[in-house]
Design a protein around this ligand. Structure first.
Ligand code: ZN
Length: 158
């Protein structure tokens, strides 16, 4: 399992938590609920260990929640988790940095960002030196909101 996931295990575990017994249908019951960086290494649903970048997935039909690593979530939900976690890491180490569109869309879908914040961010994420003092302050404010939401996501599971 050096490649960071085990698809057979993942399928079995997901099916046991889904309403449908058919993989292609069961898959559609699931969506990403939140993401966080774990303080302590976690185990993925596929049994891969350790995972630090944790994706919380939720079944829309029965409300069941599970934690998977970024490799599995990419395979399973087709989300580019690497890019999202990469952007979050940059913002964590420097609050002036920008999230990328992948992360912006995710946090918009998760209702962390509202329409205005999403639009603002998509308009300005490529600018760095060109940002005014106010624009930079707005970016920092949105970044803090995203980081606070990730901290809450982790706390909620403990
Ligand atoms: Zn996995």
């Amino acid at each position: 399992m050096s490649d960071g996931f085990n698809l057979a295990n993942l399928k079995r575990e997901i099916l046991s938590r889904s309403e449908s017994d058919i993989w292609d249908a069961a898959k559609l019951e699931w969506g990403l609920a939140s993401v966080f960086d774990a303080d302590e290494p976690q185990r993925c649903l596929c049994d891969h260990y350790p995972i630090i970048e944790v994706c919380v997935i939720r079944n829309r039909k029965n409300g069941v929640v599970a934690e998977v690593g970024n490799v599995c979530v990419t395979k399973f939900l087709g989300i580019n988790a690497d890019k999202i976690f990469g952007a979050i890491k940059r913002v964590k180490s420097d609050i002036d940095r920008a999230l990328n569109p992948e992360a912006i869309e995710l946090f918009y879908e998760l209702k962390v960002l509202n329409d205005w914040e999403r639009g603002y961010y998509l308009d300005t994420w490529r600018k760095n030196a060109g940002l005014s003092v106010n624009q930079l302050a707005t970016r920092q404010k949105i970044n803090r909101k995203v980081l606070a939401n990730m901290a809450r996501a982790e706390a909620a599971l403990r």
